[in-house]
Design a binder for this molecule. Structure first.
Ligand code: SF4
Length: 294
């Protein structure tokens, strides 16, 4: 295990637990990229909280070292936000799938973006509920045949990156589970961002999502660094390039507002206070309060 002043190594995040994802699942690349990003940002495992939602992403919760939390379906964001507010010295990285995040968890996504909580959020967008064997989610392509829609999905799929931009997100990125190099760099930038860093990973799910396999993405994705003079502080430009999810799919840091303050930094009652809420709770004597209920 690493110490405060030790150089952080990849094996610090090693877990002896055996992976259980399907062969060729995009989660392997995402997990490797997250470890690489944590090493690149020199964050030792005892200074980061890795929070996972229920879903195939959550099966990675015990495949990485460090402090981990595996929560309720769709509820990882309020937990992660609470942890980040309680201890601003802790880096918090939350992961969840498209099903949980965009159905029962969508209110949490909306308010996490609005409040600009200081957390990194990795959305594993595999376009279906993989853990429960392939039901349609909010990002399943229209017309795709899924277990709960054998005649084909009849509703339009959601463009999540655009949705987060419309909500006023301060950091909006998109990447692909087949590109560990790009994912690592984007996760690193997201972790270094002060505020809510939203990263959509277009994830292949070869077992249940037959419409968008690895090859389908490989033929369509491009990196925004190839756009001449692309300015990712220009929200209108970012919205424009984020729109196409069929033919030319933009990846990279699509939008970045470095000036927007995160939630905690704006709290008047926390100005000039160095301690964390966790420290202060530890110092609170509740004997009299408890006695008052006897
Ligand atoms: Fe990966 Fe899909 Fe298998 Fe889940 S069901 S482990 S997302 S390939």
């Amino acid at each position: 295990m690493s110490c405060d002043n030790c150089e952080v190594q990849y094996h610090d995040y090693y877990s002896e637990n055996i992976y259980t994802w399907c062969t060729n699942c995009g989660n392997y690349g995402i997990s490797a990229a997250l470890k690489r990003a944590l090493v690149a940002t020199s964050i030792p495992p005892h200074k980061v909280l890795l929070a996972f939602d229920i879903g195939c992403n959550g099966n990675g919760a015990d495949k990485i070292g460090g402090y981990r939390f595996h929560g309720l379906h769709g509820r990882v964001l309020p937990f992660a936000a609470g942890a980040a507010l309680a201890n601003h010295n802790l880096k918090v990285v939350a992961s969840a799938g498209d099903g949980a995040t965009l159905s029962e968890g969508i209110n949490h996504l909306v308010h996490s973006v609005r409040n600009n909580y200081n957390i990194t959020f990795i959305l594993h967008n595999n376009g279906n509920y993989g853990l429960t064997t392939g039901q349609a989610s909010q990002t399943t392509k229209k017309g795709e045949h899924m277990n709960t829609s054998p005649e084909g999905v009849i509703t339009d799929s959601m463009n999540v990156a655009r949705f987060v931009m419309e909500l006023g997100g301060s950091f909006v990125a998109r990447t692909f589970s087949g590109d560990v190099h790009q994912m690592s760099h984007i996760f690193e930038a997201a972790i270094n961002h002060k505020g809510f860093a939203f990263v959509e990973v277009l994830q292949s799910c070869p077992t249940y999502n037959k419409a968008t396999p690895h090859e389908w993405y490989m033929e369509r994705i491009y990196d925004t660094i190839t756009i001449p003079n692309y300015d990712n502080s220009n929200r209108d430009w970012a919205r424009e390039i984020a729109t196409d999810m069929e033919n030319k799919i933009a990846t990279g840091i699509l939008y970045h507002d470095k000036s927007k303050l995160d939630y905690y930094s704006q709290l008047p009652q926390r100005q000039d206070i160095q301690t964390t809420l966790v420290d202060e709770v530890r110092k609170t004597d509740v004997k009299d309060l408890v006695a008052s209920f006897r």
